[in-house]
Write a protein that binds this ligand. Structure first.
Ligand SMILES: Nc1ncnc2c1ncn2[C@@H]1O[C@H](COP(=O)(O)OP(=O)(O)OP(=O)(O)O)[C@@H](O)[C@H]1O
Length: 242
């Protein structure tokens, strides 16, 4: 069943953390390519939101705009009520480091570093914690995700699911308000998918972090509280789920 475009969801019960306002992204070319068109929504704190849609519908492009990895052609992204369109590239990078965490389909862990070191890297970059506290925080995050026995292993010595959970821990390193995940379970088997999904669920429930995840897995999408469905770069529908 297809609902009319941009069905409004109920007013968010929690304060708005992320707002997309009339986002459009067009790639300039001889024949311009529209990746995202007139997308608007508000996402509250500690919401767990799936972005779904057919291949090529603009899911990743939208996530890059929300994550300040790309700039819209028109429209704005607000994070914590603050506009982001007037930020310099350096300010955008700082906001990504401080407020956002990213999980991609492939883990992008640094192969020469251990699990602990990979999780500590974003903390070192932000420079807010002492070395001792970085170590303690990374150890706690990894233990929370069931990885306490793998702290000193390198990525090649871990399973796919373990690697992806390390990537989730790394995304949490600087206690972000928002985790953006692009097909976080896309390269995993069903057991590892379940483990990674549980990790994300824990983050939402325990730490009240907002998670927005692009997924092709409709069974997983059905287990998130809200689903935004894209078709041809536009919101086809946006629904709260039981
Ligand atoms: N650099 C680019 N140049 C030309 N077209 C592009 C570029 N990047 C994306 N596109 C096109 O924009 C559209 C949206 O791409 P996007 O990757 O956001 O879709 P998606 O929904 O994430 O797809 P998938 O589910 O297959 O990953 C697609 O038609 C894609 O081919």
């Amino acid at each position: 069943m297809s609902l009319p475009a941009e069905v409004p969801v109920e007013a968010a019960a929690t304060p708005v953390l992320l707002e997309a306002r009339d986002l459009t992204r067009i790639l300039p070319a001889v024949v311009p390519v529209t990746l995202v068109k007139d997308v608007s929504f508000k996402i509250g704190r500690s919401e767990f939101v799936a972005i779904t849609g057919p291949s090529g519908s603009g899911k990743s492009s939208l996530l890059y705009l929300l994550g300040l990895l790309d700039r819209p052609t028109s429209g704005k992204v607000f994070i914590g009520g603050a506009r982001t369109d007037d930020l310099s590239p350096a300010e955008m990078a700082h906001m990504r480091l401080e407020k956002l965490g990213f999980v991609f389909q492939f883990h992008f862990l640094l192969p020469e570093f251990t699990t602990l070191e990979n999780v500590m890297i974003p903390m070192q970059k932000l420079g807010k914690l002492s070395a001792r506290n970085q170590l303690d925080h990374a150890t706690t995050l990894l233990a929370d995700l069931g990885l306490e026995d793998f702290l000193h292993r390198r990525p090649a010595q871990l399973s796919g699911g373990q690697r992806q959970r390390v990537a989730v821990a790394r995304a949490l390193a600087n206690s972000p308000d928002l985790i953006l995940a692009d097909e976080p379970t896309g390269s995993l088997d069903s057991v590892a998918t379940e483990q990674v999904f549980d990790s994300l669920r824990k983050i939402v429930d325990r730490q009240k972090t907002t998670v927005v995840a692009v997924t092709h897995d409709l069974e997983l999408a059905a287990r998130m509280e809200r689903r935004i469905h894209l078709v041809d770069g536009r919101i086809d529908w946006d629904r709260q789920q039981a």
